[in-house]
Design a protein around this ligand. Structure first.
Ligand SMILES: [Mg+2]
Length: 229
């Protein structure tokens, strides 16, 4: 039995912590008369970033730089560093595991499953989150898009997980339908969508189950596992 789990907005409150960062960024931008960047945030133009494949593997500072370069023809190095530092600091001071994350990880382990984290974004940023949240040792393997060079919009990382731990019984737990759920389906996993964070409320096209939290997800896995026994 193999359980694949996503990190951002599944195990921890990435979107919420990111929102705090952006809120803190607003007065900074206004003070420096960066009105175009302010409107970029205000009008939620960042949604256009969702489908950029290479963005899923970029480092955090590169991500900030990419956004600023979309808005401004010329970007000041010092200003860029200040913004990155501010966003990073506020982000990590607000980043938390969801209360059901540890019971879920321990529960899955208790069922005798192999546990693999499968997550987008850069190596440095994702490893810093894992370090900060203290959950790295719960996993048999970490598959990070920044390390494999493939985002979860492609099947590569899911196939890699199955290749590392070949198993007939696979579950994929995550919050995003067009990456976590679709990728899970690519390798024949039972897919469980946890509805929370940035993507909550989106259509679930590739999910076998839609649940409200990780305790429900654990129940689904337990039930399915018993059925197969
Ligand atoms: Mg996620």
């Amino acid at each position: 039995m193999l359980v694949l789990v996503d990190l951002d907005d599944t195990l921890c409150n990435t979107w919420e912590a990111g929102r705090y960062s952006v809120l803190r960024l607003v007065p900074y931008l206004l003070r420096r008369r960066k009105f175009r960047a302010f409107f970029y945030i205000l009008t939620a133009r960042y949604r256009e970033l969702e489908q950029l494949r290479d963005l899923h593997t970029l480092d955090f500072d590169k991500l900030v730089e990419r956004v600023m370069r979309k808005v401004y023809a010329k970007v000041d190095r010092g200003e860029l560093e200040e913004i990155t530092e501010l966003v990073d600091r506020v982000f990590f001071s607000n980043l938390r595991l969801y209360p059901d994350a540890l019971p879920f990880l321990e529960g899955v382990r208790g069922l005798g499953a192999r546990l693999v984290l499968i997550t987008d974004s850069s190596t440095k940023w994702q490893r810093k989150k894992l370090e900060y949240l203290g959950i790295k040792d719960h996993f048999d393997a970490l598959i990070i898009s920044g390390e494999t060079g493939h985002s979860k919009l492609e099947p590569h990382n899911f196939r890699l997980a199955r290749h590392l731990f070949p198993d007939e019984e696979i579950y994929m737990v995550g919050d995003r339908d067009d990456t976590d759920m679709r990728g899970g389906k690519e390798i024949g996993a039972t897919t469980i969508l946890v509805q929370r964070g940035y993507f909550r409320g989106r259509l679930a096209r590739h999910a076998d189950y839609v649940v409200k939290d990780l305790l429900e997800a654990l129940e689904v896995i337990r039930r399915e596992h018993e059925k197969r026994a």
